[in-house]
Design a protein around this ligand. Sequence first.
Ligand code: UDP
Ligand code: MG
Length: 330
Amino acid sequence: MSKSYSPVLSIVVPLHNEAAGINQFHASLIAVLKLSGVTYEIIYCNDGSTDDTQLKIKKIAEHDRAVNIIALTRNFGKEVATTAGIEHASGAAIMMIDADGQHPVERIPDFLAAWQNGSMIVTGVRTANEHEGFVKKYGSKLFYMLLKRLSSSEVVAGTTDFRLIDQSVQIEFLRLSERRRITRGLIDWLGYQQFYISFAARERMSGTSTYSVTKLVKLAIDSFVSLSNTPLYVTAILGVIVLPISVILGIFMTFEMLIGDPLSLRITGGAFVLILILFLVGCLLMSQGILGLYLSHIHAETQNRPLYIVDAVESIKQVRSEVGAREKIS
Ligand code: UDP
Ligand code: MG
């Protein structure tokens, strides 16, 4: 970023409370980058960490001219932090990677090679996640299964944020302005041909994942809402199904009343009505909930707030504050 020259590779690393492992991560990253022989910059996006992360990356930046820091004013979430990093990256290729050691840095040359061979997007596909808990593992399977059915864009199971994009993809990516964002979903949406590289996700080096199951479920719901309109149609279809069913049941009941009880069902009217009402109320609540979801997305978009606020942008060459986000420093 903000350099007179542009490096070949920008590495974007979102950080949230990674103080415990950041030094080890940085050392492993540098070792690989130096060997790769390409010019590079590293952009650490401090996503409102409450531990010593900022202090540690500042120390790292003092000794490493390739390190740049974007500190956000608060925790905006990984997706936004990654976007901030991508926005400030000036490399011909931009690679995103998690700081917790789960994305193997030694595979970076493979991504580079694929890019040099002409791939615009190189995506890491996680093959093993045996270290993850039952809920995360099977939750992720279910998520991809549903997304595949609901989404119009191609969905490959296990794709991660461990990916490389070409500068031209970066330009297109930055044109997407929605607030509730899933970086990988947006990159997929751009539609470029992707090259997939399988990797086995490792265990976290230290600390714990800040993604609780609730946060992940929220992320999954956000993905569905932002990538697919199908849930909206589902309620409409539900209405179309429920309406004739209730009409048929109504006719059935009338006949039972007129002819007696030929099937000996002995359905009491009260129970029947109660179940019918419960069913319809359930449908209504569900459709209202889904409408609410979309409404909340529309609401977030119409507020038109900046995606994030940068507290400070720092590199060893310059230290300057930036009040608004979204403008590139030159
Ligand atoms: N992260 C972030 N903001 C957040 C949560 C996480 O920038 O609000 C970073 C975190 O520091 C790490 C990456 O995003 O570099 C992945 O986070 P984590 O390991 O918690 O997620 P998981 O591996 O469980 O998907
Ligand atoms: Mg992780």
